[in-house]
Write a protein that binds this ligand. Sequence first.
Ligand code: ADP
Ligand code: MG
Length: 248
Amino acid sequence: MALIELDNLTRFYRLGGETVKALDGVSLAIDAGEFVAVMGPSGSGKSTFMNLVGCLDRPTSGAYSLDRQEMSRRNADELAYVRCHQIGFVFQQFNLLDRLDALGNVEMPLIYAGVERRLRRDRAAAALTRVGLGDRLHHRPTELSGGQQQRVAIARALVNAPKVLLADEPTGALDSRTSLELMALLQSLNREGTTIIIVTHEADIATYAARLIRFLDGKVMSDANQRMVDAAEALKALTASAAMEKVA
Ligand code: ADP
Ligand code: MG
């Protein structure tokens, strides 16, 4: 069975006298180890989909299972537990706490999970090293670039070894070069086994994923595997062409 399975999932909102069908009968499966990009126009249901997969929200009808556990009829406490232990989230605005250094930010999910202090420090430092910030443990968010802040957010999302990393527009606040660096990091995490789902409205960002799902009006409009463009290679090409421009 797949890691993530949605069976005719819906999420409707009652607004005044009308029903908004934010998600309108979505069935799909995602295996462990996949790297999926989600695209679609504004209002097509991408965030609703991510919030349901991430157990931040409950569906109106249908079934959702994560690692063979049915999630759609769990209560708020049970969903909070699943979020804490099985899901990693990354958002467009990094959502870091400015009064804590990188280590302190990455430790937060471990505090919620009840991990003791020494182990917390070690695991947070290891996660930051994994995203290339081993030499920035005691920098605060304001002392880091946007790309570095997003790496801290990724370390925080991964520190509990979640089953899936969910990123809603993770490059939305980054310039194109920093976005590419971030995609190269996500690809290397994916090669190490992390299952990743990202929402993006940029077609070139989606090319770094191995599968593309397009939403329209709360439904899946298309869903296909694709050749994954190597972000590290693209970065090298970008660096080479920038050097050429300097010479010219
Ligand atoms: P996307 O992320 O693709 O831009 P969303 O999933 O945020 O789209 O929204 C899908 C649809 O559901 C939109 O029409 C949006 O207005 C509606 N919607 C989302 N959240 C709510 C809410 N809390 N209450 C009412 N309507 C909502
Ligand atoms: Mg959205």
